[in-house]
Design a protein around this ligand. Structure first.
Ligand code: ACO
Length: 431
């Protein structure tokens, strides 16, 4: 093994520089010394969308996109999805270790005891239009929580941070359920803390009478597993938003609102909504080949639920969800769109266009079908993603805020506009 350094020769000047390599990276700031003369700002890297830039060191989530591996704090996602539950995984993701029995009981107790919303939050939510998108409601309501907890700005106080983490994980299900009930014009259902996290969420969504709500155990477990699979995914668009906004040292409610907004987009958390719309548009299995042709021609839309910035192999979460779909459909009856999805996958996985670009089903390809079978409208899909991802965002935020190498996020730019123009009076301007 040679030296852990990189030698760079600047052909503009003929000078050679040696920079250290650590963990397969070089420090971008080490390039700044490379200049043509004393006036030169120094060399930078140009990386729109951060496709080859590590923005942090992290111990939370490991992904090997080529091999289809996902681990939270070192534990394979398959084992967690099979043997754990969402609150235990949230503890693991946020605190770095699996809890002891006593720690898990305390954590579960704390979260259950913070699910209620201040009555004014309810009034705030009442102000939304009847057809407001639940994700828009969630973004605004999470942001509004910061006004109820002004101490949350003490981001360097560990006790305050812990309380706000617990509140955010707890209240996410209540806000999400209230947004859903608001869209139906139904009264809000208050939390029943004797239920599991997922069961309580289902209670607040679906309870219709005064009698205690009993979630179907298969659907409750399926929802919990979907929550586990969505808890974190390292430096994706919304995690990056969480870290970037949080780096200004704003309170975590405001930062989670920003992360939730990032998740709303169709290329991120909105993708399973787009998958369902796409499957409905295709309409029948026979139309699949023509649709694939249209995708390949570049004239139609992309094949939603396919492709990933990091996975260049089958997304391990998608594999698990596909397996789970059968259990759910046994309770709910088969989603007729499943046939179209399976056919799309079959054809795409043999097609040279998708194979050569390493485009495989991602987590969103089958999750929407399960959500729909469980009775969720498509507008709720990104909300169902935001709930569990809150623990991941908070873990990312916690790690960032305690990392001495982190500062306020502030990328550089390559300026390509004009300079040193003289102001022209409006009467003298010509097109
Ligand atoms: N359908 C058809 N072609 C695709 C698709 C797709 N779903 N995804 C990528 N491609 C093609 C691109 O057109 C491009 O082809 P080209 O090289 O001929 O120009 C090539 O594959 C590479 O695509 P990029 O856009 O460079 O890949 P990137 O890593 O930027 O995109 C993304 C990743 C955004 C997920 C993309 O695959 C996509 O748009 N997928 C559909 C939306 C989706 O499912 N998003 C959910 C992601 S998972 C999540 O957020 C939880």
């Amino acid at each position: 093994m040679g030296k852990e350094t990189l030698s760079i020769t600047d052909n503009r000047t003929g000078k050679t520089y040696e920079v250290a390599i650590k963990n397969g990276t070089i420090k971008a700031m080490d390039l700044r010394q490379i200049r043509t003369d004393a006036e030169d700002f120094g060399l930078m890297t140009y990386d729109p969308a951060f496709t080859n830039t590590a923005s942090c060191q992290s111990k939370i989530t490991f992904i090997d996109g080529d091999r289809g591996i996902l681990e939270y704090r070192g534990y394979p996602i398959e084992q967690l999805a099979e043997r754990s539950n969402y609150l235990e995984v949230a503890y693991l993701v946020v605190n770095g270790e699996l809890p002891t029995k006593a720690e898990l009981e305390q954590w579960t107790f704390e979260i259950n005891n913070h699910t209620l919303l201040h009555e004014n939050v309810k009034k705030f939510m009442d102000g939304f239009h009847h057809d407001a998108h639940p994700m828009g409601m969630l973004i605004s309501t999470v942001a509004a929580l910061s006004t109820f907890y002004p101490d949350a700005k003490e981001v360097h106080d560990p006790e305050t941070r812990h309380l706000d983490i617990v509140r955010l994980i707890a209240k996410m299900i209540t806000m999400a359920a209230f947004a859903y009930r608001h869209s139906l014009g139904q009264r809000y259902v208050y939390p029943d803390n004797s239920l599991s996290y997922s069961g309580n969420f289902m209670n607040m969504l679906f309870r219709m009478t005064e009698r205690p709500y009993k979630p179907n155990p298969v659907l409750e477990r399926a929802l919990d597993v979907l929550f586990i699979l969505h808890a974190d995914h390292e430096q994706n668009c919304s995690a990056n938003a969480m870290r970037s906004v949080g780096s200004s040292q704003v309170d975590p409610y405001s930062a989670v609102a920003a992360a939730t907004a990032a998740l709303y987009g169709p290329l991120h958390g909105g993708a399973n909504e787009a998958v369902l719309r796409m499957l409905k548009e295709i309409g029948s299995k026979d139309h699949v080949p023509a649709f694939i042709q249209e995708v390949k021609s570049g004239k139609g839309s992309r094949l939603m639920g396919f492709g990933h910035r990091v996975y260049k192999n089958y997304d391990p979460r998608a594999k698990f969800i596909k397996k789970m779909a059968d259990e759910v459909f046994e309770v709910t009856g088969k989603n007729p769109l499943l046939e179209i999805a399976v056919e799309l996958e079959r054809i795409a996985l043999q097609d040279e266009y998708f194979v050569s670009r390493k485009l495989y089903p991602n987590v969103d390809f089958y999750s929407g079908l399960i959500y729909e079978a469980m009775g969720f409208p498509v507008a709720m899909f990104p909300v169902l993603f935001a709930i569990p991802r809150t623990s991941g965002w908070l873990a990312q935020w916690l790690e960032m805020i305690q990392d001495s190498e982190q500062k306020i996020a502030r990328p550089r730019q390559v300026y390509t506009g004009q300079r040193k123009l003289d102001y022209v009076p409006i009467t003298e301007r010509k097109k």
